[in-house]
Design a protein around this ligand. Sequence first.
Ligand code: SF4
Length: 377
Amino acid sequence: MIDAILDKALKGERLTVEDTIALFESNEVEKMGHTANILMERMHPDPITTFVIGRNVNYTNVCDVYCRFCAFYRRPGSDEGYVLPDEVIFQKIQETIDVGGTEILMQGGTNPNLPFSYYTDLLRGIKQRFPEITMHSFSPAEIQKMVVVSDGLTLEEVVRQIHEAGLDSLPGGGAEILDDRTRRKISRLKGSWTDWMDVMKTAHKVGMNTTATMVIGLGESMEERALHLHRVRDAQDECIRNGYDSEGFLAFIPWTFQPDNTNLKLDRQTPEEYLKTVAISRITLDNIKNFQSSWVTMGPEVGKLSLQYGCNDFGSTMIEENVVSSAGATHKVNIGSILKLIRETGKIPAQRNTRYDILRVFNDENANVENDFVMQN
Ligand code: SF4
């Protein structure tokens, strides 16, 4: 049965939800990886693995959504809550540019004390100072909070205004599992899966690209994992069908729940389960081109293996990842290590921008970046 499903995918036929569930229920991980790798190579025939140099700026840890799996947030009013001063954010962006970085992923809690003008003013201030930087920032939960604090703007108005102020694209954080049974258990206040998807569809409509994530190991069923993938595939179809000035979901990034320091007592997912999910995602999502390895959570060695299971991208250097590191994933890889790890898989490393345009190919074995470093949080 698994062979028949994989054959179908190789012939270019689309998987049904039942097919995807059958793959999740199977342990034929290597077969799935082999198929995913062939499908990846059809879309990316050059033996290149890309990465982006970027920085994650956690501008505030104040949040009123209280997700059970989150070790990062502080309640409004907490002594440990913070909002980074603008000057500190500017400094972090300058440091990122200084080492050849192109992307800033601003990500924080849904802080009820920040007005909508905080975001638009900050983005304008950033773009005035650093027109070359790509702002790939704010997850759907933060956009929803902006709608709440905007005093009457619609979701589309908020997304248009923030795009005009300087937001280039939206990261797909907070998708967790796009099904309400699991969402209600882990982050009751975060909104339904359709709320998450509405933000993404609106971003596509106004001309922004986005990415999509998926977190496994939150107590979800195999059916819910499959539905997650098919819901993302349907939204991507919709973006293409409507001919929006957007490529929709530019990339898909599955990763695993990190249970340390959280209120959810769940088992850590195995590397095999992660690699299987990467492969099934590549096989099911035939309309998404790029799949990012998640070495921040899985570690560099598994990250390297994921390049044989359908990933064509090593993600961001993610030099400041407080949300994940609070929950126990503390792998830090400097840019030199990324080049080395990619080369060890037989691929040629290449730096890309947020749109996946290649900026620099590291053809020469000895080529390295001048400012090879690991930033401290
Ligand atoms: S995951 Fe995000 S939305 Fe949920 S509590 Fe943490 S910071 Fe808030």
